[in-house]
Ligand binder design. Structure first.
Ligand SMILES: [Fe+2]
Ligand SMILES: [Fe+2]
Length: 270
């Protein structure tokens, strides 16, 4: 059961003069990906077919993800009344299809599936925190804060089940690292770029162009503390020390990469 509803959002505080066009574009993309959460819950229920506890958690989680999409979609329509949320979602869902008939995790094991889920929640929790910190429009800021808190809870939820499955199935450090690295590199695959396209662009889809447009806007909101905290959570899920020297080195490398890529894309677009 979600801790909040769309009625808890202070819609009356909406201030059109504080809407940032780049944040609006990424909010529209996020509204589509989040709204697709129901399909992912179905997939998780198939993968954890004999685990009613995990299935119940997955169904509740899926409803919260859908609510994230509805909140962002409603806000995007306030900011841009021409935004066709329903039409954009239909375009997105027609192309981005999850393996709903899979009975085994696409990550090779249930523990692997949970590592991948932890990575996604690490990513979303850091991203919405960064968006909330960057945003000046009060309603968008409030929505991002609520979503970021949910994503952190989702991380904890999957981490708890991960612990259980690592004890049961066993998945060593290298196995976890492989899944985590695979899931992180997928963040620039089709789902987000296509969501950006379906929500913001007309004409034919060009993955490289839409990906650049999305990444330029999304990466620009991050600051070093967001990366530092996100990597600490990722390290914990992999089984590494979240406060060690390796974490500091990884934070420096990741922060340099994000800042350099973001500046490079901004220059190229200018
Ligand atoms: Fe979400
Ligand atoms: Fe989440």
């Amino acid at each position: 059961m979600s801790r909040w509803t769309l009625d808890d959002i202070p819609w009356e505080r909406f201030d059109a003069s504080k809407v940032d066009a780049d944040l609006l574009a990424v909010a529209k993309a996020a509204s589509l990906v989040e709204r697709n959460g129901g399909d992912y819950a179905t997939y998780l229920c198939n993968v954890f077919a004999d685990d009613p506890e995990m299935q119940a958690a997955a169904r509740a989680w899926g409803l919260e993800e859908i609510q994230h999409g509805m909140a962002l979609g409603r806000w995007a329509k306030r900011a841009d009344p021409a935004y066709d949320f329903e039409g954009a979602f239909a375009r997105f869902a027609a192309v981005i299809k999850l393996p709903l008939d899979a009975v085994d995790s696409v990550r090779g094991s249930r523990a692997g599936e949970l590592v991948a889920r932890c990575m996604v929640e690490v990513g979303t929790s850091s991203y919405y925190t960064a968006l909330a910190d960057q945003a000046e429009e009060p309603v968008f800021k409030a929505i991002c804060r609520k979503i970021a808190a949910d994503e952190l809870r989702h991380y904890k939820l999957f981490y708890t089940h991960l612990d259980r499955y690592v004890a049961r199935e066993g998945l060593g450090f290298w196995g976890r690292l492989k899944v985590a690295a695979g899931r992180i590199t997928e963040s620039e695959d089709d789902e987000l770029a296509f969501a950006y396209h379906a929500a913001n662009e007309n004409g034919a889809y060009d993955h490289a162009r839409s990906n650049r447009a999305y990444v330029r806007r999304a990466y620009s909101v991050y600051r070093r503390p967001h990366i530092e905290r996100g990597l600490a959570m990722a390290f914990k899920a992999i089984g590494l020390d979240p406060r060690g020297r390796l974490h500091r080195v990884a934070t420096s490398l990741a922060w340099t990469y994000i800042r350099t890529r973001s500046r490079h894309l901004a220059r190229a677009a200018a």
